[in-house]
Design a protein around this ligand. Structure first.
Ligand code: ARG
Length: 563
């Protein structure tokens, strides 16, 4: 039970006749200052019922409320300030973490329901962008968070591996490409060919026609076209996999857009049968005026299908194949309209499960406040960014702890982790600037700071040769530990909030708060002093390290024991 629940119950016991438990709970406030206790109840809400001055009501209530749950209840003006019994709460919280370890905060709310998470989803033959990085790490974290509350996440990489651009690539490769080139540096070479195609097409418009013809061949299963496409895809995936393995993200499915090539006819037929398709200058559209949206373009005048056509097929496939409890798309904010249209068309088709589909959008990573551009060949190569982060982390570890035995491994966990953490610590809709040196710092609100706090706690436990004993009772009642304990107690609520909002930043912020509170505690209190509370202090250090590690795990980061 959290403190609000404990207080609400205590108040409810004496105002049963007049207020519901729910109302009492809603009225409770978090006092701004610790001097005002842990939970506050404003008594004005009862003034009308009792026809007394709020202050008097507060005093009366304070007298009636009994129990050992509180150290004291203070009346300040119309407010009742509750000071929790620190011993009881700390004993309960530390005890529960000692028993449940990393499983503290787990729940079964999700009832094992499947949740496909459409994440990462870069485009073949193009570099994986910072946007795709965001989708990858946000999606991966949401998967861990939902799993913690009992869902079964399914990580799907909906690769952009289909569309007219493959016609262009085939033409460009046949004219100006080489097998060597693609093999040595697939993405760079394919991007070069793509850019060259567009340059040459400006003076040779025939090229566009040729490209359309090749894409048509591809759609019809022509052998040469299919082989080339397959090869571009395989080579690109090899490049993507380097990044995925650095981030330690893996996928349950790589079914990209091409996978739905033979599943779109059915959708078009359904749309026809429901008389939803309209002709517009030779193209087929679904009118969405009723939703205040632009029409969804389902088929071009040359019969080619589009991005949304494939997403319609994918949505239906996922419902059938996974019978999902909900279906999530972690895709940039700029595609919001696309997902509104997608849901609207499914709704028109009568699929009420479209309500269970959620677009989880996010903002841009900027540089100097400006959008990073991948056009014109100017690209930030993610692999380089990640490698650089590892180097910076390594430099700092060399300074702080030159004898660390597994330094390389730790540098990787810290360097890569710092980039992930930086991406997840802000509300996902915010744009943010990326300055690598700041991301990898060991101070401030960074991943390395949180990891370092964990390592420090582990070193204290090693020094004391402490192992937690779940049958023992550990309790603390000092002010310094209380701040840490309250944050640990809150963790299950924090997980629920993050899951409700699909917002990993809630977890990241909690990790930062725990680290800060612990470092303050560590600065004020001599943990290893031999006295009656030493064991309890060490148990708190253990509980803190356990929760910070779990916070980090939910974000996709390691918590090294030493760094
Ligand atoms: N490949 C797309 C892009 O890079 C993202 C795909 C997102 N997923 C989806 N089901 N539409 O913009």
């Amino acid at each position: 039970m959290n403190n609000k629940e404990i207080v609400a119950k205590a108040i409810y016991a004496v105002v049963k006749e007049d207020l519901s438990l729910e109302t009492v709970t809603q009225l409770l406030e978090n006092p701004k200052s610790v001097d005002h206790g842990d939970v506050a109840f404003p008594a004005f809400s009862l003034a009308k019922v009792y026809r007394k001055a709020p202050q008097q009501i507060a005093t009366d209530l304070a007298e009636k409320i009994a129990g050992t749950d509180f150290e004291k209840i203070e009346v300040v003006g119309p407010y009742l300030n509750f000071f929790m019994n620190k011993k009881m709460v700390s004993q309960a919280v530390i005890g529960q973490i000692a028993k449940e370890k990393g499983h503290y905060g787990d729940s079964s709310i999700g009832e094992k329901g499947n949740v496909p998470i459409d994440m990462s989803s870069p485009n073949i033959a193009k570099p994986i962008s910072m946007g795709h990085l965001r989708s990858t790490v946000i999606g991966n974290s949401i998967a861990f968070i939902l799993e913690k509350i009992g869902y079964t996440p399914i990580r799907i990489n909906h690769l952009g591996d289909w569309g007219t651009q493959f016609g262009k690539l085939i033409v460009a490769y046949k004219k100006w490409g080489s097998e060597e080139g693609v093999k040595t540096a697939p993405i760079t070479e394919l991007l070069r060919l793509y850019v060259q195609f567009h340059e040459e097409a400006e003076t040779q418009p025939d090229l566009e026609e040729e490209a359309r013809a090749w894409f048509k061949k591809l759609e019809e299963g022509d052998e040469e076209a299919t082989q080339l496409w397959q090869w571009f895809r395989t080579e690109s995936l090899k490049e993507f996999d380097k990044i995925y393995s650095m981030l330690e993200v893996s996928f349950d499915s790589y079914n990209g857009e091409a996978f739905y090539n033979d599943k779109m006819d059915e959708i078009v037929t359904m749309l026809e049968e429901k008389h939803l398709l309209q002709e517009n200058q030779g193209a087929e559209i679904v009118d969405l005026t009723a939703y205040d949206l632009n029409p969804a373009l389902i088929k071009k005048s040359d019969g080619a299908t589009l991005y949304i056509t494939r997403d319609l097929a994918a949505a239906v496939y996922r419902k059938r194949n996974y019978d999902f409890a909900k279906s999530i798309y972690v895709v940039g904010n700029e595609q919001s309209n696309h997902f509104k249209q997608l849901k609207a068309v499914l709704n028109e088709l009568g699929f009420d499960w479209s309500d269970d589909m959620h677009h989880v959008p996010f903002g841009l990573i900027t540089q100097g406040g400006k959008k990073l551009s991948t056009r014109k060949g100017k690209i930030v190569l993610l692999e380089e960014v990640l490698n650089e982060a590892v180097t910076l982390a390594n430099n700092q570890i060399m300074e702080k702890n030159p004898d660390l035995p597994n330094r390389e491994e730790v540098a990787r966990q810290v360097g890569i982790g710092s980039v992930i953490f930086h991406d997840l610590k802000n509300d996902r809709l915010n744009n943010f600037d990326f300055v690598l040196e700041e991301v990898v710092r060991f101070e401030g609100e960074t991943g390395p700071y949180v990891q370092y706090t964990h390592a420090r706690a582990m070193s204290i436990l090693r020094k004391a040769d402490f192992t937690i004993d779940e049958t023992k009772e550990y309790a603390l009642d000092d002010k310094d530990s209380w701040e840490v304990i309250k944050l640990l107690q809150k963790f299950p609520d924090v997980v629920m909030q993050a899951a409700d909002k699909y917002e990993p930043s809630v977890i990241a912020k909690h990790a930062i708060q725990v680290a800060q509170a612990f470092n303050k505690y560590y600065a004020h209190v001599k943990i290893l002093t031999d006295d009656a509370q030493k064991e309890s202090r060490l148990a708190l250090v253990y509980a803190m390290a356990t929760i910070i590690k779990e916070d980090l795990r939910l974000l996709g980061l390691h918590a090294p024991d030493e760094m």
